[in-house]
Design a binder for this molecule. Structure first.
Ligand code: ADP
Length: 190
């Protein structure tokens, strides 16, 4: 199985690379952001709680996210070629839980960490917000998400560096150049 954790700040290109990876390698794509937005769209009580958190640019509590992941891993079919984790883990506690959940299932995963500059990221998110109507893609919430990323999510990179399960990617140029790097890395870990 080829299991990939896509790291990187909001707007670093995780969604775009996920689509390209799915197309070429046939992996399952888990975007925790998409799962949460689907819950919100359903109009459930849980969705309402989540919307309040997400629209402020904050993180959903770890326990809820870990539970969601555990259920997702249980739902994987026996012939699954692998998984792209997009948006998880976002805290070191989530990373530790993921290591445990994967270990129990005899799975391992490598982090591919996407780097882009703050001005490029902000421009991408503002443009995305115009098309998608995502309530968290406005300047104020973007700033908050970047702060949360620095404080909570950046330490996850060091966690994977220390486990020797880590690769860095320059995602500041364009999707093609980013995907070329992704493919080279995958050829090393496959
Ligand atoms: P982006 O990476 O562009 O910020 P996502 O679609 O991955 O967007 O996530 C949107 C929001 O959903 C996050 O800002 C956060 O509030 C919530 N979220 C997604 N994944 C997680 C997670 N693993 N832990 C906590 N909150 C999450």
């Amino acid at each position: 199985m080829l299991n990939i954790i896509l790291g990187g700040a909001p707007g670093s290109g995780k969604g775009t690379q996920s689509e390209l990876i799915v197309e070429k390698y046939g992996l399952e794509h888990l975007s925790t952001g998409d799962v949460l937005r689907a819950e919100i769209k359903s109009g459930s009580e849980l969705g309402k709680e989540m919307e309040a958190i997400i629209s402020k640019g904050q993180l959903i509590p770890d326990a809820k996210m870990i539970d969601l992941l555990d259920r997702f891993l249980d739902s994987l079919k026996a012939d699954c070629k692998g998984v792209i984790f997009d948006g998880f883990p976002r805290t070191v506690a989530q990373a530790e839980a993921l290591t445990e959940m994967l270990g129990r299932r005899k799975m391992t995963a490598y982090m591919l960490d996407l780097f882009a500059s703050e001005d490029v990221i902000t421009e991408r998110l503002i443009n995305r917000g115009k098309k998608s109507g995502r309530t968290d893609d406005n300047l104020e919430t973007i700033k908050k998400r970047m702060q949360v990323y620095r404080a909570e999510t950046e330490p996850v990179s060091a966690y994977y560096v220390n486990r020797h399960e880590y690769f860095m990617i320059n995602s500041n140029i364009n999707p093609d150049y980013t995907f070329a790097q992704v493919q080279t890395i995958i050829s090393h870990i496959q």
